[in-house]
Design a protein around this ligand. Structure first.
Ligand code: SF4
Length: 449
């Protein structure tokens, strides 16, 4: 049964951290379009901000992020200057009247920044986007480079949540992915964060890595749980060496096959559940008192470029090379080239490279896909009605959904679609039925499981 399902539904599909997905952004969206929308953003609602730091000091072979390796610090300092200049351009374009509800620093490695840059960047952000009440500030933390001085600077800047990269503690796996990181240094970082008052912690782990067995993955999880984080993310490694050439360093023969991946993900989920965590969406786990669990219970869980979130803002501004932002009816992505990005910002240009304006149909399909990815269920009739669309507007998904229903992946009743337990691992494949840009994989994605 598992093998049959994998054969039928294990093909390449998007991860749906947005809809339409990034490969469908185009250069038809201009800076003028973006400025026009920024100037009309409502001033009452807090916005969110994602700031991308595209530098690391070593490259992990599994990395799917936009980053550049640097052994010298000067480019990081100059990059912070440019990011601050971009922030000012953005705030000006929005009439200097926005408030910031959520701030997320990701990368790359934001913790490559020294304390002086951390403080300078946080201060400048607050200067142009004053904090809303209940301001939240999350940062992706690499324990290999994050000592107490950096954590003190982050805490002074208002850090409320730390997302700590681990992936796997097994030395053979670590060697094969070029990321050597001991439990002790990770535990020290966790201790320092708690000492500085940062108690909301996520640990990021991965399955599907080379030389990982089910037992090794479970051992990593048991070790990670000694740190008792509020949240654990367990991402499936996406092997796409045709897009990220450094992934060719990963020995393909040592990668677990689809069936093993599926079994490992399931065994890992059972272990986390038995340790008191709740399953959240496709790949997250949270303690019952964590805000992610609460959001799941009350139906307000959201999905964005950082994964599952409680952030309800309709506007996510992005700063930094390759950063992706979302406005109520538009996605925009910044220039990925560091040189072009810096040149445009210094010329007073908002450095967007591409994007997409969402049609009414895109917005409906985005809502359907987001509910599926968050809840494994969606009330199609309710969403169609709330979007003012015609009753048959999603009929193109019917053929594929019927096949999935026959295969026991989902049930449909009175317009409500619900994934079965067997169907949950294939949620991306179900979401793809509603994706009118994805017809047979125009862009190449990772496998569904
Ligand atoms: S630290 Fe993170 S962003 Fe940097 S190379 Fe490793 S996985 Fe990629």
């Amino acid at each position: 049964m598992t093998q049959d399902l994998l054969k039928r539904y294990g093909g390449a599909v998007p991860r749906y951290t947005s809809y339409p997905t990034a490969p469908h952004f185009s250069d038809a969206v201009t800076e003028t379009d973006y400025r026009d929308r920024l100037s009309h953003l409502p001033s009452g609602e807090p916005v969110s901000l994602y700031l991308h730091v595209p530098y690391c000091d070593t490259l992990c072979w599994f990395c799917g992020c936009h980053t550049k390796i640097t052994r010298v610090y000067k480019p990081v300092q100059s990059y912070v200057d440019t990011a601050i200049a971009e922030l000012r351009l953005l705030a000006d374009a929005a009439g200097n009247r926005l408030k910031l509800g959520h701030l997320h620093w990701g990368g790359g490695s934001p913790t490559l920044m020294r304390p002086e840059e951390i403080l300078r960047l946080a201060e400048a952000t607050k200067g142009v986007l004053p904090h809303a009440p209940d301001f939240e500030f999350a940062v992706e933390i690499d324990p290999r480079e994050t000592g107490p001085d950096r954590i003190a600077a982050l805490a002074e800047s208002g850090l409320t949540r730390a997302s700590i990269g681990i992936q796997d503690f097994d030395p053979e796996v670590q060697k094969a992915i070029n990321r050597m990181q001991s439990y002790e240094e990770t535990a020290r970082t966790v201790q320092d964060l708690r000492r500085f008052g940062v108690h909301a912690l996520n640990l990021d782990l991965m399955y599907g890595l080379p030389y990982q067995t089910q037992e090794r993955t479970l051992e990593t999880i048991r070790t990670a749980l000694w740190l008792r984080p509020g949240r654990v993310a367990l991402f499936g490694y996406a092997h796409v060496p045709w897009m990220k050439t450094h992934m060719r360093m990963i020995p393909e023969e040592a990668l677990p096959g689809p069936e093993e991946r599926l079994e490992t993900a399931e065994a890992a989920a059972e272990l986390l559940v038995s340790a008191g965590y709740r399953r959240i969406g496709l790949d997250h786990f949270a303690l019952p008192e964590d805000s992610l669990s609460v959001a799941q219970d009350n139906g307000t869980l959201r999905r964005n470029f950082q994964g599952y979130t409680t952030d309800q803002a309709d506007t996510l501004l992005a700063v930094g090379a390759s950063g992706i932002g979302r406005l109520p009816d538009m996605f925009v992505q910044n220039e990925p080239s560091l040189q072009t990005y810096a040149r445009q910002v210094s010329g007073g240009i908002l450095p967007i490279a591409k994007g997409v304006v969402l049609s009414a149909d895109d917005r409906l399909r985005a809502a359907v896909i987001e509910r599926l990815m968050c809840d494994f269920a969606v009330d199609l009739n309710m969403l169609i009605a709330s979007h003012g669309a015609s009753a048959d507007c999603l009929a193109d998904a019917d053929g594929m959904l019927s096949r999935m229903e026959d295969d026991g992946l989902l049930t449909r009743s009175h317009g409500k679609l619900t994934l079965t337990t067997d169907g949950r691992p294939y949620v991306r494949q179900v979401a793809a039925c509603f994706d009118s840009y994805f017809r047979g994989g125009a862009a190449r994605h990772s496998s569904a499981v």
